[in-house]
Design a protein around this ligand. Structure first.
Ligand SMILES: *[C@@H]1O[C@H](CO)[C@@H](O)[C@H](O)[C@H]1NC(C)=O
Length: 285
């Protein structure tokens, strides 16, 4: 139930805060001759900063220079968003299958097994992508540092000109997306246990060892008791007809004992053996 509500919701929060981001930087450049210009730099997902360019007056005549930001952070940002979207789609699909196709889901235990496996995979993906994205975000922050951008502008390197930062990017959304990445990881990782319980593997693992020995024991018990009765029958017959004496009856008993060789069988034969001497006593007298 927890997964049904929170897994899609948190996945949406993760990719919406990251994929929908756009940052804005505004720097005012005021040259010696009092001509001023506001330079606006905007960037956003997927953070291919090497493609973000802007033109800045160089305060020599009316000339401008075109500058680029540095760094390509697309791979981990896109990886993070892809994982979020796939997790969102999977959690929706799993909910639909679980509710509307309960029979198909239970069939041959395939549904729970697949669900458990996919949950493990998504936990790993969330962890890896969140770590990668957190590392990338710190890279994006340094690459878009306003004082660093001002150092890129030749007008601002000249101290006779005045440069002022009017707007800095807000990182709240991206920080939240990283937090949601790790939150999603803990949600999916915590759900591994419940997905594993659904497969029923832990139950069958306990059931089989306790069941088979008792079945074997009862089976062997039945065999032994049958054979012991048969042999005891023939043993008594031989003893009664051929050698009617106490010594040999003792030997007969020991023979019985060795041929069967099972103490627990002897216990089972308690009644026939006790009957044996009774018959002998009658015959000898
Ligand atoms: C630059 O921005 C500031 C503050 O937003 C504004 O007062 C100023 O007029 C702008 N200058 C130009 C040249 O657009």
């Amino acid at each position: 139930m927890c997964m049904v509500i929170f897994a899609p919701l948190f996945a949406v929060c993760a990719f919406a805060t990251c994929g929908g981001y756009s940052g804005q930087i505004m720097v005012k450049v005021e040259c010696m001759d009092k001509t001023q210009r506001n330079i606006s730099i905007s960037f956003g997902y997927p953070f291919r900063l090497q493609q973000v360019h802007f033109s800045v007056p160089i305060c020599e005549g009316k000339r401008y220079e075109t500058l680029f930001l540095e760094g390509d952070y697309a791979s981990s940002a896109q990886f993070f968003v892809t994982v979020s979207v796939l997790a969102f789609l999977y959690s929706l699909l799993a909910t639909v299958v679980y509710i509307f196709y309960q029979n198909k889901y239970r069939e041959k235990n395939r549904g729970p097994l697949v669900d458990c496996l996919v949950t493990v995979i998504f936990s790993c993906l969330w962890l890896v992508s969140s770590i990668a994205w957190a590392k990338t975000l710190s890279g994006v922050k340094t690459a878009t540092d306003v004082s660093l951008i001002q150092m890129l502008m030749s007008a601002c390197r000249d101290e006779e000109n005045l440069c002022e930062t009017l707007e800095e990017p807000t990182w709240t959304n991206l920080n939240v997306s990283v937090a949601f990445g790790f939150l999603n990881f803990s949600l999916w990782a915590g759900n591994i246990w419940f997905a594993y319980k659904e497969t029923g593997l832990h139950k069958s693992g306990q059931r089989y060892p306790s069941r088979t020995p008792s079945e074997k024991r009862s089976g062997s018990f039945r065999q032994y008791s049958q054979s012991s009765f048969d042999q005891s029958g023939t043993g008594f017959g031989q003893r009664l007809y051929s050698q009617p004496s106490f010594d040999l009856s003792g030997g007969g008993l020991s023979l019985l004992q060795t041929s069967l060789g099972q103490p627990n069988v002897y216990r089972q034969m308690g009644s026939p053996t006790s009957r044996g001497p009774l018959i002998f006593v009658n015959e000898s007298q």
